[in-house]
Design a protein. Structure first.
Ligand SMILES: C[S@@+](CC[C@H](N)C(=O)[O-])C[C@H]1O[C@@H](n2cnc3c(N)ncnc32)[C@H](O)[C@@H]1O
Length: 231
């Protein structure tokens, strides 16, 4: 059953899907980060990769490029408006590349509950775990669903821990409130602290479940990309 947070997220992203898509496409440096996150998955041609909370599909080209036409890309999201933009992106890529993307699929569903008949080789979640009430459970579940030796990668933004962080974090806090489906409402603590904790908790689980992890920080330490190979 949908919780208040789920309904608020779906309404928020449904309403702002166009703006989100424009920002996702035009923010300088984001393409580089998405490419790095996709690299972290160490995909091979023919692999199946699932993106949890795929939004408007900004990662799909990076994933499809790596698995090739013989692989499979599955984007999962629970917001219809975001998936509609992702569909448009796929259509655009097909037109521009003059090639059908028959192997790229979009699924409407809850990333914390979805199950796959065949275990994927890799799972990616970008800017998603900070939205989940129980990120530990989600990452554990994703790790459980992977094929043996599969890879899981997370890309997230949270407050920087660098020494010069104060002004950076002031700006970041404003961004967190603006991009939070409920603004300042519904949080027992500041939303940026909740986000920091969720992003850190997801990484703790990933590190505990993986036999090999990589971690890199970008954008003054605000963006983290963490990946691991799950046994
Ligand atoms: C900040 S956007 C990120 C979108 C995309 N990953 C990107 O990097 O541009 C978060 C997305 O996660 C989706 N989302 C959040 N929680 C979800 C859940 N439990 N199941 C499925 N989608 C979810 C939202 O609908 C939204 O599209």
């Amino acid at each position: 059953m949908a919780t208040d947070a789920t309904t608020a997220a779906q309404q928020f992203y449904g309403r702002w899907a166009d703006l989100y898509d424009a920002l996702a496409r035009s923010t300088p440096g984001l393409g580089y980060l998405r490419s790095r996150a996709a690299d972290t998955l160490a995909l091979d041609p023919g692999d199946t990769v699932v993106e949890m909370g795929c939004g408007t599909g900004a990662n799909l080209p990076y994933l499809r490029e790596r698995v090739g036409s013989e692989g499979r890309v599955v984007g999962v999201d629970f917001t219809q408006g975001m998936l509609a933009r992702a569909r448009e992106r796929i259509d655009r890529e097909e037109r521009e590349g003059r090639e059908e993307w028959r192997n790229v699929h979009l699924v409407r569903g809850d990333a914390t509950e979805i199950e796959f008949r065949e275990p994927p080789d890799a799972i990616l979640a970008t800017f998603v775990v900070g939205m989940l009430a129980d990120p530990e459970a989600a990452v554990n579940r994703w790790a459980d669903q992977l094929a043996p030796g599969g890879r899981l990668a997370l890309l997230d933004a949270a407050q920087t821990t660098r020494w010069f962080g104060w002004p950076v974090n002031q700006a970041f806090r404003g961004l967190v409130v603006a991009s939070s489906p409920t603004g300042m409402k519904g949080y027992e603590r500041a939303p940026w602290s909740v986000l920091d904790d969720r992003v850190a908790a997801a990484r703790r689980v990933l590190r505990a479940r993986a036999d090999e992890t990589t971690h890199s920080e970008h954008a003054l330490g605000v963006v983290r990309i963490t990946g691991g190979r799950i046994d």
